[in-house]
Design a protein around this ligand. Structure first.
Ligand code: B30
Ligand code: ZN
Length: 228
């Protein structure tokens, strides 16, 4: 039997393309994510519009899908990325952060996954550094499903706006899903300012998923821009 994709052993990122015919892009793609963002090499782009966050509080369910903890948000609003409206679908976590800034990974990242009316995906990444307890994460980490494959509904409405830093500057580039099938044409926006999570919160995620970050991928000439 073919191994399922994973982060360690036979199913690890170096082997993803061999696991399934549908995963070829993981090896052959030229716009793969994550990347190392080299801050010395990027330009501030006056054209990069501020992200307009139109998130709302709504129902949420926490799923352990076997490769991360994911929070599904059927009614949480939308974000406007470069003038196009993208509906928020879910967010999930990677430890350590998949995206590197000048060769450094943060202990945790949340990927807020959106889709526009044309079916294109846009991901907003929120980096976490060790610090004080993050109140927005508390209901999620207090409701972790017991094991992979299980889902738990949150009791109260969840507003993903509470995850965002006050400062909304971002790095932007075109990339891919960071997991198989590694599909490209994903619009990436990595918020420059990290938010905080406590050591206990970081440990709670790492206890479930100690390492679920793909290695960084070649830029292949892609431009990374920094919003004003
Ligand atoms: S990411 O933000 O680039 N890490 C997907 C969305 C965002 C990212 C990666 C993947 C995605 O929607 N994948 C397809 C759905 N998954 C099911 C799932 O959500 O749990 C299919 C799969 O991966 O085989 Cu497991
Ligand atoms: Zn992700």
């Amino acid at each position: 039997d073919k191994p399922h994709w994973s982060y360690q052993g036979h199913g690890s990122p170096a082997h993803w393309a061999e696991l399934d015919a549908g995963f070829k892009t993981c090896k052959l793609g030229k716009l793969q994510s994550p990347i190392n963002i080299e801050t010395k090499k990027i330009e501030k782009s006056a054209d990069a519009k501020p992200i307009v966050f139109g998130y709302t509080g709504g129902a949420a369910e926490v799923v352990d899908n076997g490769h991360t903890i994911q929070v599904n948000l059927p009614a949480a609003g939308a974000a406007t990325l470069e003038g196009s409206e993208y509906k928020l679908l879910q967010f999930h976590f990677h430890a350590p952060s998949e995206e590197m800034i000048d060769g450094k990974r943060y202990p945790l990242v949340a990927h807020l996954v959106h889709k526009n009316a044309q079916g294109q995906l846009g991901v907003v990444a929120v980096l976490f550094k060790a610090g004080k307890e993050n109140a927005a994460l508390k209901p999620v980490f207090d409701s972790l499903p017991a094991k992979a494959g299980e889902t738990r509904k949150l009791d109260a409405a969840f507003n993903p706006a509470d995850l965002l830093p006050a400062e909304r500057g971002y790095y932007a580039f075109m990339g891919s899903l960071t997991t198989p099938p590694c599909s490209e044409e994903v619009r990436w926006q990595v918020l420059k300012t990290p938010v905080e999570a406590s050591a206990a919160q970081l440990a709670a995620f790492k206890k479930r998923y100690a390492m679920n970050a793909r290695p960084v991928q070649p830029l292949n000439g892609r431009k990374v821009v920094l919003s004003p």
